[in-house]
Design a binder for this molecule. Structure first.
Ligand code: G
Ligand code: G
Ligand code: MN
Ligand code: NA
Length: 253
């Protein structure tokens, strides 16, 4: 209860911040996307990670206004980067199921694209496989979002219950191979085979495939060998504040 009040306050008093993590082409080494990740800059407790407050936000429904704030802040930041001359990559935002199912989401996103003069392809929504539990309704929502031209990706792919055969009937652009698979690549050859299988099937179904949580050269090497074309992880950069991201962009990354 106390934390819920605190979280409400956080939203009202601008204590929420976004950090940004680059997504890199494993072929050219160029930056091809940026994921926005929320943090709570608490006046007493410092920077609080999303795992410590997003579950509560989801339970209480606060995720809906918080999620709107995230979308707006990400679009504002994306426009600012565009003004600096960085036009080409989308900004990716995590969207919780409850937010995904909110009736106002589509109109809200449409209004944001207008407000910040962005094309749909400048914004990517990361949703999880759990939306498949309500396949019929989710299909309708995904199709409406796709009419706005926003990019749609499946986060934490491989940890849920969906299969690629389901996904091929949905307007999904990208799958993000969960970090847990990438972690084990080098230690267990079976995990490597699994990752390879996901990459191959994803590419065959015309999805972009990104590997999450790349930390080592060995993982990078394996992924490149197996034709994974995009990667994200501490190997390239941790999630960083917006001002550091500008330096990162300026440095030609
Ligand atoms: O940034 P970090 O790796 O600590 O994120 C941990 C988890 O929190 C991830 O699963 C991520 O998807 C989730 N998360 C981060 N930012 C947001 C956000 O803005 N909205 C939602 N719904 N989840 C987020
Ligand atoms: O579930 P989602 O993919 O949205 O969450 C990404 C989470 O993973 C964020 O909390 C981010 O900080 C974290 N992350 C990103 N790259 C790495 C990595 O290379 N190693 C580790 N341990 N965590 C990572
Ligand atoms: Mn994500
Ligand atoms: Na993930």
């Amino acid at each position: 209860m106390e934390m819920e009040t605190g979280l409400r306050k956080a939203l009202e008093q601008n204590q929420l911040v976004l950090h940004y993590q680059p997504q890199m082409s494993l072929i050219t080494g160029e930056l091809v996307g940026i994921e926005a990740l929320i943090r709570w800059q608490h006046p007493k407790h410092g920077l609080i990670a999303p795992l410590e407050f997003i579950p509560l936000a989801e339970e209480t429904g606060l995720i809906v206004p918080i999620g709107k704030w995230v979308l707006r802040e990400a679009c504002r930041q994306r426009k600012a980067w565009g003004t600096l001359g960085y036009h080409d990559f989308p900004i990716a935002v995590n969207v919780s199921v409850r937010q995904f199912e909110d009736d106002h989401l589509i109109d809200y996103i449409s209004a944001l694209l207008d407000e910040f003069d962005l094309k749909g392809i400048h914004l990517e929504l990361e949703i999880t496989e759990s939306i498949m539990q309500n396949l019929e309704n989710s299909t309708i929502i995904l199709n409406k979002l796709k009419e706005l031209d926003v990019l749609l990706s499946i986060d934490d792919f491989g940890t849920g219950y969906s299969s690629l055969s389901y996904l091929k009937h949905l307007p999904i652009d990208k799958i993000k191979i969960d970090k847990s698979f990438v972690d084990d690549i080098i230690y267990h050859s079976n995990q490597g085979k699994m990752v390879k299988t996901i990459i191959d099937m994803g590419l065959n179904l015309n999805f972009s495939v990104i590997a999450e949580g790349i930390e080592t050269n060995e993982q990078l090497h394996f992924l490149k060998e197996n034709e994974c074309k995009i990667g994200q992880g501490y190997f390239f950069s941790k999630p960083i504040p917006a001002d550091e991201m500008v330096e990162y962009l300026l440095s030609g990354n």
